[in-house]
Design a protein around this ligand. Structure first.
Ligand code: UFG
Length: 401
């Protein structure tokens, strides 16, 4: 399929936040994606760069991923409704990457609204791939409002898949979570059982979407590539400190909470349980630097590209990868590491176990290493140093801007 001039004109007309002259001055990276694959070559972008739709692109992991995508020569279209994110993150991504505005297009859009989502596909160049980050993710809220979580996370994904069918977007990377494993035996491999012992509706939406994607893959006669990435515990920020995690309200997760204590927004850290069967009695998790995680998405896209070149765009595949470090770190160790990075003494208070928590969770990341050529390279000190840079430069998150 070619890249018709009318599409380019439409893209310009609907380009939010850009200038009409932007496309003409866009740096053209002569990447020739797939052009050496022979046969009928599909062009995915008038600029020569493959277009990636980043659903939920203003969020924490997505914004870091976009920095890596731009560096690797992908152009990005962001869809976000800013329910749980801040448009300022996109301005910051633009500052970090310094790329032409036309390489990051933005649509404010609720993906549960099929017409609004269709407008994005209709007015964009063909997407080489979609990365589905969009979704509600607060565990506790999902217990209180299960219908909201099922409705939002599933319907937005259904709408996305329908648009991918209608507009021939061939590939998808799905943001899943280690939560799909429930309380599995560690280290957790991709073939560990999923769907058992998930303690909350948020986690079940991840599991359900994985199952839906498998059925959809079969129904497309394996013509599309699907990569499901199961994240362990992302922490840290881009080393510039310009983008980072900015939870609304009281943070649910450990490290955003700890960093808010370090910056003086909260008086102490509650340690939820010190009687687990772990070396120091506190919960053990596989914390991964968000930039490593972001690079994992690029590795997934390259994996898809390679598959397309090898099969001359004739068949895709369904793959699942753990993105973790393979090492477990306890709550108390994380607090200590943050004390070292921030130079602050952090008050801790022992509290009862949190309902639904498990003792230990860490990945076996060897499949991603072998098949994607990806490993997490940043250590705990870098995670905490970069987190502290973000939190100390932006004590109130993006609203400090
Ligand atoms: N913890 C505290 N105090 C806090 C917050 C957390 O002691 O204020 C403890 C928890 O009890 C747990 C550890 O810190 O032992 C990590 O808790 P997080 O909430 O940071 O992370 P979880 O492992 O519970 O869950 C996270 C995401 C899920 C995802 C899961 C995948 O929130 O969405 O990782 O492993 F599914």
């Amino acid at each position: 399929m070619s890249c018709p001039f009318t599409n380019a004109v439409n893209s310009l007309l609907f380009f939010v936040g850009g200038t009409l002259g932007a496309l003409s001055t866009a740096k053209i990276i002569n990447r020739k994606l797939l052009s050496n694959s022979g046969g009928n070559v599909t062009e995915f972008s008038c600029t020569g760069n493959p277009q990636v739709l980043v659903a939920g692109g203003a969020g924490y992991i997505a914004s870091h991923t976009i920095v890596c995508l731009i560096a690797e020569g992908y152009d990005v279209t962001i869809v976000d409704n800013y329910v749980n994110s801040n448009a300022e993150s996109i301005n910051r991504v633009r500052q970090i990457t310094g790329c032409e505005r036309s390489r990051i297009r933005v649509y404010e859009c609720d993906m549960c609204d099929p017409k609004a989502l269709e407008n994005v596909f209709r007015t964009s160049q063909q997407f080489f791939a979609v990365i589905q980050f969009a979704g509600l993710k607060a565990v506790g809220e999902s217990v209180a409002k299960p219908l909201l979580y099922y409705e939002n996370n599933l319907i937005s994904t259904f709408n996305l898949l329908r648009m991918m069918e209608k507009y021939n977007a061939p590939n998808i990377v799905f943001s899943s979570s280690a939560t799909v494993y429930g309380d599995a035996v560690v280290p957790i491999t991709e073939s560990s059982p999923t769907g058992n012992g998930i303690t909350n509706p948020y986690g079940r939406t991840k599991y359900m979407i994985e199952e839906i994607l498998k059925d959809w893959y079969k129904a497309q006669n394996a013509s599309k590539s699907i990569v499901t990435l199961r994240y362990f515990n992302p922490v840290g920020s881009h080393p510039s400190g310009k983008i980072g995690e900015d939870p609304s309200g009281i943070p649910n997760n450990l490290m955003p909470f700890v960093s808010q204590v370090a910056v003086g927004r909260r008086p102490h850290v509650n340690v939820f349980g010190n009687d687990y069967p772990t070396p120091d009695g506190t919960g053990v998790r596989d914390y991964i630097h968000v930039m490593d995680l972001a690079e994992g998405h690029v590795a997934a896209l390259k994996f898809i590209e390679k598959q397309w070149i090898q099969t001359k765009q004739e068949s895709g595949q369904y793959s699942v990868f753990n993105l973790g470090t393979g090492s477990g770190v306890s709550v108390l160790e994380m607090i200590k590491a943050m004390e070292a990075a921030s130079g602050k003494t952090l008050k801790t208070v022992m509290a009862p176990r949190r309902e639904g928590d498990i003792a230990t969770c860490y990945a076996d990341p060897s499949k991603a290493k072998n098949e994607l050529g990806w490993t997490a390279s940043r250590n705990l000190q870098q995670m905490c140093t970069d987190l502290w840079k973000w939190q100390s430069d932006n004590p109130q998150g993006y609203t400090s801007a």
